[in-house]
Design a protein around this ligand. Structure first.
Ligand SMILES: [Zn+2]
Length: 427
């Protein structure tokens, strides 16, 4: 008996020793090497580029990094190393073809499975962090997707999620063109008063939301060059929503396209104004002063213009896009801080690097678009001190692209390597 106890003790001690050894040496060490490395902050290329990754973090970055014994070296040849891409406006729960009817036709479990595929497509396209702006009728199912990614069960970007977006009765996301007797559900959660806003926000945070998405305007109209859109919540209502979210450290983002809704949102202190087709001088000044990001989402507008149901509808959508592009230039001139969000979902997941291209095409220099996407994007997602740049201490979200994105932003569409949290997902 004593002999057995002794043997057991020896075995246990041996196992403990092994575990200790593993903890010391088990952290994988990788050296990434390529022709160039993008310095997003300064808008320059470093040649050549090397990154030393220890576990899930960047240990060193520059033209030459140390090579610890046993480090794996991944040589990416002529490519450019850069931080993983960030998309500040996605819908993992939407896919092309059935946007508004998904709530009616598809069950939430089915939509959740499709969302996990979308997450993988986005990651493989180089998007290592995303802000999901609403499940559009799938409730808090995004909590399961985010948690599964975080637990390493499925591949996908690190996510900030909002659950179901919030909207008024008969508002922009409500199902208003159906037979009322058919009880077609809204794509968002109703809140009509301050009390209802507070209750809905508490429920959504309880179910796992990281932030709150509110529809503040819509539907939009452009007639004879004049843009108009009704607001949905007053300034006081939005202030109450922002205060309730802030009580537990969360923030509010709004879908807001024009005045006075965008002004109410800026006055209330939201984190971002998404779409931002038209902003008054007063709104632009407030957004600059309070560092509230505009997220233009041109890619979805382009896609809808190209996939219209009629020539006339296509023409109207192209006019709206041209109007927004002109307003975007005014916003840049007024110093409105930008983040990059594509509104992917209604158009195919994994193709949203197009948003970076369009912002360059509409007048923002590539280096500034990259800063907006990666540095502002990281801040907007609440990860400003851990992603969006390649520097020591940051999480190892690193991709490689073919070409120089400072000279040709379309390089972001040619992703040849994806690492997230120090794990290689594409090579
Ligand atoms: Zn959206």
């Amino acid at each position: 008996m004593n002999r057995l106890r002794f043997l057991l003790t020896v075995v246990v001690l041996f196992l403990l020793a092994c575990c200790g050894l593993f903890a010391q040496t088990g952290e994988p060490v990788t050296v990434l090497r390529a022709a160039h490395l993008l310095d997003v902050e300064h808008g320059t290329l470093i040649t050549p580029g090397e990154v030393l990754v220890r576990g899930k973090r960047i240990a060193e970055a520059g033209t030459k990094v140390s090579r610890p014994a046993g480090a794996a070296v991944i040589d990416l040849g002529a490519a450019t190393l850069m931080p993983g891409l960030i998309d500040a406006h996605v819908h993992l729960f939407l896919h092309p073809g059935a946007e508004d009817l998904q709530t009616v036709v598809e069950a939430v479990p089915e939509r959740t499975i499709v969302a996990t595929i979308a997450a993988r497509q986005d990651l493989m396209a180089g998007f290592t962090a995303e802000r999901d702006m609403g499940t559009e009728g799938a409730g808090s199912a995004d909590t399961a997707v985010r948690n599964a990614i975080d637990a390493g069960l499925i591949p996908g970007p690190r996510l900030r999620i909002s659950g179901n977006a919030v909207d008024i009765l008969g508002g922009h996301e409500d199902a208003i063109h159906f037979n009322p007797a058919a009880h077609v559900p809204s794509n968002a959660t109703y809140a009509n008063t301050v009390d209802e806003l507070v209750a809905v926000i508490r429920q959504q945070l309880k179910e796992g939301a990281d932030f709150i998405k509110i529809y503040e305007t819509g539907p939009d109209r452009l007639a004879n060059g004049a843009f108009s859109t009704p607001y949905q919540y007053t300034r006081a209502q939005l202030e109450a929503a922002v205060a309730e979210a802030a009580r537990v450290g969360a923030r509010v983002a709004v879908h807001a396209t024009g005045e006075p809704g965008t002004l109410f949102a800026a006055q209330a202190g939201v984190a971002s104004v998404d779409h931002a087709d038209q902003l008054s001088a007063e709104t632009m000044k407030l957004m600059r002063e309070r560092q509230i990001y505009a997220v233009p989402t041109f890619a979805i507008s382009e896609y809808f213009a190209e996939h219209a149901e009629s020539a006339a509808q296509g023409e109207r959508r192209r006019e709206m896009l041209a109007y927004h592009a002109a307003e975007f230039r005014r916003q840049l001139a007024a110093g409105v801080p930008m983040a990059v969000g594509s509104d992917v979902g209604p158009f195919p997941h994994g193709t949203q690097a197009r948003e970076y291209e369009l912002m360059v095409q509409y007048g923002m220099p590539a280096a500034e678009v990259l800063r907006a996407g990666l540095i502002n994007g990281a801040r907007l997602l609440g990860w400003g001190d851990s992603i969006g740049q390649i520097k020591a201490g940051f999480l190892a979200d690193v991709i490689a692209v073919e070409g120089n994105p400072l000279e040709d932003i379309s390089a972001l569409k040619r992703v040849s390597f994806v690492m997230k949290d120090g794990v290689v997902h594409r090579k």
